[in-house]
Design a protein around this ligand. Structure first.
Ligand code: ATP
Length: 268
């Protein structure tokens, strides 16, 4: 069937019936295919799309990670979507937002019976240490308001091997849940937890969520390298995140805060 005529696997009416406490907070558009849900949503946001607009796509032909990296998925293996949210105030109030989103995904998965969920600074969702999902938060400002496009990719099954080798071994929800719940249920649970976490974040910032993040932090006390692109930036013991979501690293110079969203953590 012509790709553009193929219906999306997600049925917005079915989603609405599953959203519980989050009902009314989202306007869902389901696409069979697009380049990147985040790119499309950012364009819609610039044209004034409402908070809570959610684009979910079976197939992204240009799914994105950080710094131009790709997120690989297929209609069978992935659940990929982006949500538009607005927050009052300045960009500084959004420090730690991608970590907060990680907490919401972890809550949703654990609430669905998944064990072994962990988080890695700043944007990875892990299952028994392997990469189950990724989060991409992109910000733009409006007068007095910050706009966030929150992209989430989760592996339901192991992703198709691409040309690019995976840096971290991928994981899939099917390894943790048998039978795998319907994708509507997984998405609905993530959205329910996301609204709660984003509401708390809007009131109190990452500070009020930090202990929950630390409790899920998979790389706590590990010897790590912090890289900026391919360049070694610092090496030390990973101590998790501070109240602003900055990475805390114990180095020979003491405890250092690393704020740049462009830094990546690697095993030493
Ligand atoms: P960082 O530690 O900086 O986040 P990262 O390699 O985890 O580095 P991301 O931008 O978070 O980078 O994610 C993109 C990377 O994730 C890709 O370069 C690829 O290695 C990997 N990847 C892409 N698709 C998937 C997938 N479906 N499942 C697991 N890993 C994937």
């Amino acid at each position: 069937m012509n790709q553009s005529l193929r219906p999306c696997q997600i049925d917005p009416l079915r989603m609405d019936s599953l959203l519980g406490r989050a009902r009314g907070r989202f306007t869902l558009e389901a696409l069979a295919e697009c380049g990147s849900t985040s790119t499309l949503l950012a364009e819609r946001a610039r044209q004034g799309a409402p908070t809570g607009l959610l684009l979910v796509a079976d197939q992204q032909t240009a799914g994105r990670g950080r710094r131009g990296r790709s997120w690989l998925s297929s209609p069978e293996t992935g659940l990929t979507f982006s949500v538009l949210w607005r927050f009052a105030g300045k960009v500084s109030r959004l420090a730690g937002l991608s970590l907060a989103v990680g907490i919401a995904v972890a809550r949703a998965l654990e609430g669905s019976g998944v064990r072994g969920v962990g988080l890695k600074w700043p944007n990875d969702i892990l299952l028994e240490g392997d990469k189950l999902g990724g989060i991409l938060v992109e910000l733009e400002s409006e007068p007095g308001v910050m706009r966030a496009v929150i992209g989430i990719g989760l592996n339901l099954q192991l992703p198709p091997a691409g040309e690019e080798a995976f840096l971290h071994r991928p994981a899939a929800l099917a390894q943790a849940l048998s039978p795998l719940p319907d994708r509507h249920q997984i998405l609905a649970q993530v959205l329910i937890d996301l609204t709660e976490v984003l509401d708390r974040f809007a009131e109190g910032g990452f500070r009020v969520l930090r202990s929950e993040w630390q409790a899920h932090h998979s790389w706590q006390d590990r010897q790590v390298r912090l890289v900026d692109g391919n360049r070694l930036d610092r090496e030390g013991i990973c101590l998790g995140a501070d109240e602003d979501g900055a990475l805390l690293l114990r180095t020979s110079a003491g405890i250092e805060r690393c704020l740049s969203g462009d830094l990546s953590l690697r095993v030493a």
